[in-house]
Unconditional design. Structure first.
Length: 121
């Protein structure tokens, strides 16, 4: 008989807490969940989906993103393609700020269509 992996035990405990007990995870439970390996990635994604549907319902809201300034960010976030520190490795081309009118037009279009947008720089 195969023993259950540590990752699977952590996922099972999280499933019970989130879906049966309907409570938020504790800090220690979250830390344990963060250690789940690649072998359990599919199960982790499935759990995330089940929690979203159980807690929020099946509907999703689609939101657009308007980048008012792309690339050239002074922050040194190694994971981000917008960082100027990694512009040589990224395919993101830096551009200046959009014109105010372009941003206003996008906001008005969002309002007219009922779709939400987030504006980021």
């Amino acid at each position: 008989m195969d023993e259950m992996s540590t990752g699977q035990r952590v996922l099972d405990a999280a499933r019970v807490a989130l879906l049966e007990e309907r409570r938020r995870l504790t800090d220690s439970e979250l830390r344990a969940l963060a250690t789940v390996g690649r072998a359990e990635l599919g199960a982790l994604l499935g759990l995330a989906h089940d929690v979203r549907v159980s807690w929020c319902g099946p509907q999703v809201e689609v939101e657009g993103i308007l980048s008012v300034k792309t690339g050239g960010c002074p922050e040194d976030c190694q994971f981000c393609s917008q960082s100027a520190a990694y512009s040589e490795q990224s395919e993101v081309l830096a551009s200046g700020f959009l014109e105010t009118q372009q941003v206003l037009d996008a906001a008005r279009e969002s309002d007219r269509t009922g779709r939400r947008i987030s504006i980021g720089a």
